[in-house]
Write a protein that binds this ligand. Structure first.
Ligand SMILES: C[S@@+](CC[C@H](N)C(=O)[O-])C[C@H]1O[C@@H](n2cnc3c(N)ncnc32)[C@H](O)[C@@H]1O
Length: 185
């Protein structure tokens, strides 16, 4: 409880980059990780770690041979997570999701994003989603939490398949599972 309050205070202080007053609900943490690969040596990417609640769930979900590369722009959040989560599979990158390709070569087998896309300029939003699409292995999912459906059109225009699960919380939470089916020529 004390930790949750601490997280809410930090999120509120940084509202223009977090876009949220509190961390994602437990049900959403489970849903957003539900389509990640659970076996094999996979490369998973997280965008926007905050205090690491989803990071923990990703690490619980993926195999011991997999790795998780987690992007976060706020250095205090990076420090918090590196102090609180000890796991050799985790690499924290203190940089924006838009710079994915500066850090991750080769195919990505799943992306989990809680980026506040609504706060981003349209071009940045599009470029992050397109970069993630291009990096994904065919068959893999980009999973995104949002508090609105306004970006559904952009998601469906970039990804080959999109489904959405709605959670009735305050605020409403939507988890998008967007899939890349094959390489576009
Ligand atoms: C809504 S919070 C989500 C935090 C946590 N994962 C959760 O679900 O509660 C969004 C996070 O994205 C981070 N963020 C904002 N812009 C970013 C960017 N361009 N690249 C990576 N992280 C970013 C914020 O600092 C914040 O930690």
């Amino acid at each position: 409880m004390k930790e949750k309050l601490k997280t809410s205070i930090q999120f509120t202080k940084n509202l223009f980059t977090t876009g949220a007053f509190k961390q994602t609900s437990r049900k959403v943490e489970l849903e957003i990780c539900s389509l990640l690969p659970k076996t094999g040596a996979q490369t998973i990417v997280e965008f926007g770690i905050g205090h690491g609640n989803i990071t923990r769930e990703i690490l619980r979900t993926i195999s011991p041979e997999s790795r998780l590369i987690a992007f976060e722009v706020n250095p205090e959040f990076c420090e918090y997570v590196s102090e609180h989560i000890e796991d050799e599979r985790l690499t924290i990158v203190n940089d924006g999701a838009e710079n994915l390709r500066n850090y991750v070569e080769g195919s990505v087998h799943g992306v989990v994003s809680s980026l506040p896309l609504t706060l981003f300029p349209k071009e940045l939003r599009k470029s992050i989603l397109q970069t993630a699409y291009d990096a994904l292995e065919p068959g893999a999912y980009y999973n995104q939490i949002l508090y609105t459906r306004v970006h559904q059109k952009m998601l469906t225009s970039i990804f080959d398949e999109c489904s959405v699960v709605r959670f009735i919380n305050i605020p409403l939470e939507y988890v998008y599972h967007c899939r890349k089916l094959s390489k576009k020529s």
